[in-house]
Design a protein around this ligand. Structure first.
Ligand SMILES: [Zn+2]
Length: 85
């Protein structure tokens, strides 16, 4: 990313987000999307380091009528979708 683009991103209150999280092997310039800072923070608050595909599955499972989800349920589902235990 050029210095001019980094400056513009900062000036306009934007953040670069790794589409495939860097902690999960993502890297490089072709792996970035630029978002408003608040949207970026909200993404990570809701979806932590889930990939877009994992988030699609998460939403499909969670957003069903007559379901009740606790924090513990969310955490369990999130770990399962991310390939954890
Ligand atoms: Zn991010």
């Amino acid at each position: 990313m050029s210095k001019a683009r980094r400056y513009r991103i900062k000036r306009e209150g934007l953040n670069a987000h790794h589409v495939l999280p860097s902690s999960r092997g993502g890297g490089g310039r072709n792996n970035l999307v630029v978002l408003p800072v608040e949207w970026h923070a909200s993404w990570h608050k809701l979806f932590t380091n889930m990939t877009v595909a994992e988030v699609h599955c998460f939403i499909d499972i969670v957003m069903q009528p007559d379901c009740t989800w606790s924090y513990k349920d969310f955490e369990y589902l999130r770990r399962r979708l991310m390939g954890g235990d």
